[in-house]
Each structure stands twice: as C-alpha cells, then as structure tokens.
Design a protein around this ligand. Structure first.
Ligand code: SF4
Ligand code: FES
Length: 233
C-alpha cells in the first residue's frame, strides 16, 4: 500500500520558520513508523534528522508526536495509524533540527531528583537484602526508559518548562520507595518545591502517553501522599 508521510522540517541554521514536507512510500501494514522514517532518509532525503537506536522500544530515543499523539516510532505500526501519517517533534522542547529536540533541560530535571541509590550506612557483609514485597513496591517505575513522552504530553509542562515533569517524578518514585535507599526525604523536599509535584493536576495525559505502560499518575499520587503523610509504605 502507499503511505503518505507528512514530516515536520526545520533547520534553524537555514529556515526562517518550520514547514512540513510530504513523502510517499510503499509500505506493509506491519512496518513500524520508524521503518518509514528510515526509508525516507535512506532512499529519498538524506537531510532528514531524527533520533533512533534500538528499534525495539528499549532505548527511548524515538519518542515523537505521531498523528498528534506521543509515541515511540518503533512501537507504532502502519496498521495502528493508517496511511496518512503526520510526524512532529515532541511539544515543549526546542527543536535542534527536524524531529530532534534538545533533551538537556529534560535531563537536568532528571538529575535534580538524584537518580541513584543514597545510603551512607556501613555496607553489610553480603548484599543489601530486600524482600520480594519490598522490591515489588517500586517495580512499575523501574520500567522507565526516559523517553520524555509523558513530560511532553503534560499541559502543566507546556505552561512552564520549569515544571520538573512526570518523568523525573517517576524516577524519584523508583528510589523513594526502595527500602535500601535513605535519600527519600531530600527528594520529597525537592518535589514539594514551587516547580515540583503540585504542578500535577491529575490530567492523565502522562499515563496515556507512556509506551512502557507505567501507571504514571498513580506513581505521582503515591509521591504526593508521601509528602503529605511523611510515610513511605
Ligand atoms: Fe517515557 Fe513512561 Fe518513563 Fe515517561 S514514565 S519517560 S513516558 S517510559
Ligand atoms: Fe529505541 Fe525506539 S529506537 S525505543
């Protein structure tokens, strides 16, 4: 079948403003949107810029707006979106070129929540033991691949790019509820700040956008409760 691909194009070094270009491609129902982008780049227009790596939904580098919805280009098939496909960069981030956005502010927010185990207690002789129940407490949020689909689908983030955003809070959740970690208080204090978790109004766009099916809004709710009650169970 023939697919029409409409792609956002912008080269700030040359273009006064963004525009869209349209490409026609022969495709199968089971082709990924990423396959189509690759075909455009390799067969029609080598100047097209986009990020990709694993092509299997693991690296998180190809989150894009596909027909207006944030998705990983490698996890969306032609049969999911039809034969007229519009591909745009994530909203709320500045465009470096075409579909590539500047992820640095996103990773700055990620660094704020100290995404590593904090524990200054003396090391036990073996490992820091954790029960299966304790591990299960934060299992869902370990699945995050930092694709930014959640944060860039959030109206609070569109309103202010300073809002720390759901992705950083999901990663904070992963450590706050880890029984081996001792840094929960400092993370919760950070998230309780002006651009922290209270900018979340439970809109659920983040949960809908997450390609890993993480219950993002639920995780944010648990972090809010921990701030209010001071309890980490
Ligand atoms: Fe991507 Fe989901 Fe992680 Fe958000 S929570 S960055 S959507 S994997
Ligand atoms: Fe790695 Fe899509 S290319 S997640």
């Amino acid at each position: 079948m023939e697919v029409t691909l409409r792609i956002f194009r912008y080269n700030p070094e040359k273009d006064k403003k963004p525009h869209y270009e349209t490409y026609k491609i022969e495709a199968e129902q089971t082709d990924q949107v990423l396959d189509l982008l690759n075909r455009v780049k390799w067969e029609q227009d080598g100047t097209l810029a986009y990020r990709r790596s694993c092509a299997h939904g693991i690296c998180g580098s190809d989150a894009l707006r596909i027909n207006g919805v944030n998705r990983l280009a490698c996890k969306v098939l032609v049969r999911d979106v039809g034969t007229k496909i519009t591909v745009e960069p994530l909203l709320g981030m500045s465009v470096i070129k075409d579909l590539i956005v500047d992820m640095e502010p996103f990773f700055d927010h990620y660094r704020i929540i100290k995404p590593y185990l904090i524990n200054d207690e003396p090391l036990p002789v073996g490992e820091r033991i954790q029960s299966q129940e304790e591990r299960a407490r934060f299992d869902d949020t370990t699945k995050c691949i930092l694709c930014a689909a959640c944060t860039t689908s959030c109206p609070s983030f569109w309103a202010s790019g300073e809002y720390i955003g759901p992705a950083a809070i999901v990663l904070a959740h992963r450590f706050i509820f880890d029984s081996r970690d001792r840094g929960a208080r400092e993370r919760l204090e950070e998230l309780n700040g002006r651009m922290g978790i209270w900018r979340c109004h439970d809109i659920f766009n983040c949960t809908d956008a997450c390609p890993r099916e993480i219950e993002v809004t639920k995780a944010l709710g648990e972090v809010k409760l921990a701030i209010i009650t001071g309890r980490l169970d």
